[in-house]
Design a binder for this molecule. Structure first.
Ligand code: CTP
Ligand code: CA
Length: 225
């Protein structure tokens, strides 16, 4: 419609987005991380800003420029991301694209871990990080539309369906990462909602972003005012 054509489909809305990996320190020089580049989340933030939204982008450590018109909050760890996300509420929609590290070490060492000469590796005790999406799913200020991403290498729809329910999200964008998606420029996604599964063609990440933001604008418009 004309509102979308004019790039104002999200005017007056606040959209909260997470992107990138998190880094969980082991000691001052080492960390646990993953291969997320942040490209898909940054493309979604850019598309939301182009659609006229106020956009808060909570970004893990990535090498990407801030899209025009986006408020960016840089964080390093999952716990910092959780704090920044809660501080940014309320939001009309939250799109959790970050590849949050599932585990961190129970306590990061204050000094660089050293080999002790025994040939045995230093023991690392891992503990689970907070689940940011699930926390928003049961939050007093839950966004009206809550969208998660799920990177899967197998049983894509099945795993994504389970996540939708477990996390209290409205949609899960399931991402087939069995190929070279992480760090690449294209994405192959399936949108899982209570209504079923919608599969999109293999598309550039910018096109996935534009299409997802159009769907978000449409959903928010039909839910209120
Ligand atoms: N997520 C999150 N906080 C976490 C882990 C995941 O907010 N600590 C969000 C991601 O940003 C994504 C969704 O949850 O939107 C699904 O992430 P995923 O890693 O696929 O799900 P997990 O519950 O961590 O399950 P898995 O064991 O498959 O990694
Ligand atoms: Ca995970």
């Amino acid at each position: 419609d004309m509102r979308k054509a004019n790039g104002s489909g999200l005017k007056g809305r606040h959209i909260l987005i997470t992107a990138g990996p998190t880094h969980e320190p082991i000691d001052p020089v080492r960390y646990i991380a993953n291969r997320s580049s942040g490209k898909q989340g940054f493309a979604i933030a850019a598309a939301a800003a182009r659609a006229g939204a106020r956009v808060t982008l909570v970004a893990g450590p990535v090498h990407l420029p801030t899209p025009p018109g986006v408020d960016r909050v840089d964080v390093e760890t999952a716990r910092q991301m959780m704090t920044a996300v809660e501080a940014a509420l309320p939001a009309d929609a939250a799109i959790m694209v970050a590849a949050v590290a599932d585990w961190r070490t129970d306590a990061a060492a204050g000094q660089k871990l050293k080999k002790d000469g025994s040939g045995k590796p230093a023991p690392l005790t891992l503990v689970e990080n907070p689940d940011i999406l699930a926390t928003l799913g049961r939050h007093a200020q839950r966004p009206a539309l809550l969208v998660g991403f799920a990177a899967e290498t197998e049983k894509l729809a099945e795993h994504a369906q389970a996540k939708l329910a477990r996390k209290g999200a409205d949609w899960i964008v399931a991402n087939d990462v069995s190929g070279d998606v992480m760090g690449g420029d294209d994405n192959s996604v399936h949108i899982i909602t209570a209504q079923g599964v919608e599969s999109w063609d293999h598309l550039p990440k910018d096109a996935v972003a534009a299409r997802l933001i159009e769907k978000v604008a449409h959903a928010l418009a039909s839910r209120s005012d």
